[in-house]
Structure formats: C-alpha cells, structure tokens
Design a binder for this molecule. Structure first.
Ligand code: ZN
Length: 397
C-alpha cells in the first residue's frame, strides 16, 4: 500500500475562486501535466472513434479515458503487457485514465451478478462463467499502465433505494482495501477510490469519511448521472466535495454536458469524463455555445458559415455547415469531423473556465455562459439552486 508522499501525482492549486468552490490546478501525472478543471474524452479500444492520437494532440488534449472492459477483451491485457502498456501500443504519450471495468460489465452484460468476491458474468465469447474481482481489475489496469486507475466498486443504479445502497457502499470500501493491496505499481500509477452511497447524504458522508482514512492520491465521485433528478445530483456532488480533502484531485465520473460541467466546477470538482460529446457527434450533432446544432436539419443546407466561427478546430477552419449537412449521413467522414469539433468544444470550454478562475472572474463567466445557453433566461431551477448554494445568483437580463 502506498504511504504518504509516494503517490505518482502532485496537485498544485493555482487559484481558488473567491465566490464558489471552484479551483484551477496543475495536476502533474507520470506522462504529462494536466490543467484542471479538465474534461477527459472517452476512448473505447484505446482510441476515440474516428480520431487518431496525433489529432488529439493537435487539439491539445492532455488526458483521455480508456475502458478496461473493452481493452481487456481486445487486445487483451497480456498482449498489452507485451506491447509495453497501452501508451506504447497506441502511441499516445500523454495521460491515460482507465476505469475498473465493473461499470461496463454491469451495464453491458445482462447476466452480471455481484457477490462479495467480485462481479460474476457470462463470457461474451462462450457461455463460460467468469469473475472480475477487485484484484483482477487492478492486475489488468496495471498491465494497461494508465496514469490513473480506478478501484472496482459495487455499482448500483442511482435510482435504487433501500439497504442495497448501504451494502454497496460498504462493499465498495472493502473492495478498495483489496484493490490497494493488489496494486503493484503505486510508484507510477495512481489509484482513485470511488465515493458511493446513492442519494443518501448520510451514506455519502460516511463513505467519504472512510475513504479519507486510506492513503490515496485522489478521489472519484461515482454513482451519479444515471437518471436521478438533477436536484439530487447536485446535492450529492456538493456534499461529496465538502468532505473531500482540498489538496487532492476530485473526479466526477460520467458527467460531460456543458451546463453540468460549469455547475460542478463551481461545486468543487476538478475532473470529468463522458461519452456524450463523441457519441452525439456520430448522430450529426455539433456542440456550440448556444447548445447544439443538429446538422441533419434542412435549415443548414445553404448555411455557409462554419459550425462556430470562434472555434479553433480544423473542422471549423475548413468546412461549412452546408457541407457537413450533406455528408452527415456518411458516418465515417462526418463522425471524424464532428468528433474533432465536439472534443475541441469541450476542451475550449474547460480552458476558458480555468482561465476565468485564475483571473478571478468565474462568477461572471457563469453568467455569460448561461446567457448564451439560455437566451430566454429560462435557466433550469436545479442549476439556479446549485449556483446559489455557492453564492452565484444568476441575473435575468
Ligand atoms: Zn470547431
């Protein structure tokens, strides 16, 4: 188990917002230095659909997420180990984060069953029964070699209530201890535990209190953004950051809608991931400061403007909405062009947030952001409440 001071990361707080709980940091990881708040695009087989590592570098993306479940299946962790880890295999020299594989299993495989030992599931290749234990998850993630790895947690849907939530929370802590014990590379890989506890404030608080007794390099907030009300969502987020130590990074899992990012940065989160921006690109949707352009719509057939004339991405420099409208059904090409743009949108948004925190104008940034997203000032009530809880009161202009 790693002892104090031996973690493979360092977090330097550059600025703290004087109004909200937001902070801007330099997160030094084994492969690269990441500026936070940061959005991490999600790759599946070690690559983002339609993008190659050079394009990600061009976008100045510094950290991406890989799915352990997919990587464990293909190419397989033994092969990854032979290849010298995923960084070397996919020629990506910057930071990687891998999930534990558990969430993917529970959501993808119908027959997954959770026992104290681990997640039992039927092999997708034949009918044999397999088991993902906390130890195996860490062994696979040690072979992949990501800068940040995740503990295996007992995942329950955010709408589940009752004793199962408490059971999952305590099991997650027991599994954390097994993961920490199994971790072979604390000198160059950082393991993050996951705050669970469903929508029960007492359980969440208890979970954080247990996790911070362990010597870990950072924390993830899990079990949210799965269909719970937005009101429950923000309250669980802010409660978690309230009790987490300030000197370690906080990663809010599975969150990536622009409005959610802005609010949750204000609530004190540093890192985010979500499949939404790249997934929605495949359906012809481009993210813009006013929301979303559905490029299939006929209204773009003769629109010779770029998706966003302020966007620095290669798609916006070269192509018009009219052109993208005509090729939007050709998935391979349009998917690549729109993925580049949507990743650029997310990264630009986070850079702007970070800059505004450093320059101590984050509250004004939030107001401007919401003015663009909601030109009729029909701000969602949950966002108004969440922001008010950190002293930001949106004005209806
Ligand atoms: Zn663009």
């Amino acid at each position: 188990m790693a002892s104090k001071g031996t973690h493979a990361l360092s977090l330097r707080i550059l600025a703290e917002c004087k109004t909200t709980k937001a902070r801007a940091c330099k997160l030094k990881l084994p492969h690269y230095v990441v500026d936070t708040p940061v959005f991490m695009p999600v790759g599946t087989q070690g690559t983002l659909k339609g993008l190659i590592p050079e394009q990600l570098e061009e976008l100045d993306c510094k950290i991406i997420l890989g799915n352990t479940y997919h990587l464990g299946n293909r190419p397989g962790h033994e092969l990854l180990e032979k290849a010298g880890g995923l960084h070397n295999f996919m020629k990506w020299n910057r930071c990687l984060l891998t999930d534990s594989g558990g969430f993917q299993m529970v959501s993808l495989l119908k027959l997954a069953e959770i026992t104290e030992e681990g997640v039992k599931f039927q092999s997708p290749h034949d009918d044999s029964e397999m088991m993902l234990t906390p130890e195996m998850s860490i062994q696979i993630q040690n072979s992949i070699g990501a800068d940040i790895i995740m503990q295996l947690d007992d995942v329950v849907h955010s709408c589940v209530t009752g004793p199962r939530v408490e059971e999952a929370m305590y099991r997650t802590i027991r599994w954390l201890d097994r993961c920490l014990k199994a971790h072979q590379r604390p000198h160059d890989q950082n393991i993050f535990p996951i705050v669970q506890g469903g929508l029960y404030p007492e359980l969440r608080k208890k979970c954080v209190q247990e996790l911070i007794k362990r010597e870990v390099p950072g924390y993830a907030i899990g079990g949210l953004s799965g269909g719970e009300s937005k009101d429950d969502f923000w309250k669980m987020v802010t409660l978690s950051t309230e009790y987490l130590p300030k000197d370690k990074p906080r990663y809010l899992m599975g969150v990536g809608f622009a409005v959610d990012l802005v609010v949750c940065v204000a609530l004190g989160c540093d890192m985010f991931d979500c499949v939404f921006p790249t997934r929605t690109a495949r359906f012809g949707n481009a993210l813009v400061p006013t929301g979303n352009l559905a490029l299939k719509n006929k209204m773009y057939a003769k629109d010779f403007r770029p998706i966003d004339d302020q966007c620095p991405c290669s798609t916006c420099k070269q192509y018009t909405r009219a052109y993208l409208h005509t090729i939007v059904t050709n998935e391979t090409v349009s998917c690549q062009l729109l993925t580049v743009h949507n990743v650029a949108y997310q990264l630009t948004l986070m850079t702007s947030i970070q800059q505004s925190i450093i320059e101590d104008r984050f509250p004004q940034f939030i107001q401007n952001f919401f003015d663009k997203q909601f030109p009729h000032t029909d701000y969602p009530q949950w966002a108004l409440d969440a922001l008010a809880s950190v002293n930001v009161f949106l004005k209806k202009s």
